[in-house]
Design a protein around this ligand. Structure first.
Ligand SMILES: [Zn+2]
Length: 202
């Protein structure tokens, strides 16, 4: 959804109806027949919407255009499914975005060795914060560990976790503004250290 300017309480807001107008449908149909991509079609529809005199309007996403094409009978439901599948693959590529560059920088920063034992064998790039939580590769969240210590870190080894937290604080003086070491005790009264993002930095 896009808002053209901040709502004024004294003016009546003109809000775009969420249903597709016949003009919007026609743009989709014409451009589809010209072989334009769904992304290109969504841009064209949005440009049309922005020219209309609405204070509050909804932008059409490429997926909503694909869905529209199916409703207009331009593509089959199978084609919609295929498009969704391809999109999923594209999204999963974010996992690899910047990964090689970040990995190289982290390795250099850590003197090409496991920060804990100094080993230069079987080195791995470890995500300090699990990747599934951050969805990004960055130097601040990566560290070089050997195979053995990577496993131990992922299993929640206390000593190793505290060591890594100390190490990151040495590298980056402002580290503890963004991350903190959380100590949790488990059922067997053993304390566990875990590095988490500070809630304020999210
Ligand atoms: Zn090691």
């Amino acid at each position: 959804m896009g808002v053209r300017f901040p709502p004024c309480p004294f003016l009546k807001m003109r809000m775009m109806p969420n249903r597709w107008s016949s003009e919007q449908n026609k743009i989709v149909e014409d451009l589809f027949k010209q072989g334009k991509s769904f992304e290109e079609i969504s841009i064209a529809v949005n440009n049309h919407i922005k020219k209309l005199d609405y204070d509050i309007f909804f932008e059409r996403t490429p997926r909503s255009v694909v869905f529209k094409c199916m409703n207009l009978g331009l593509i089959s439901s199978k084609e919609l499914e295929d498009w969704d599948k391809i999109r999923k693959v594209k999204l999963s590529k974010y996992r690899f975005k910047d990964r090689d560059k970040v990995k190289k920088n982290v390795l250099e920063r850590d003197n090409n060795s496991c920060v804990f034992c100094g080993s230069k064998e079987k080195l791995e790039f470890a995500h300090i914060i699990p990747f599934r939580m951050t969805k990004k590769n960055m130097e601040l969240e990566g560290i070089t560990l050997c195979y053995e210590h990577h496993r131990r870190y992922d299993e929640g080894d206390n000593e190793l976790t505290k060591f890594i937290f100390g190490k990151m604080n040495l590298y980056y003086p402002e580290y503890s503004e963004f991350y903190k070491l959380e100590i949790v005790s488990c059922e067997s009264h053993k304390e566990h250290a875990k590095i988490i993002q500070s809630p304020s930095s999210r």
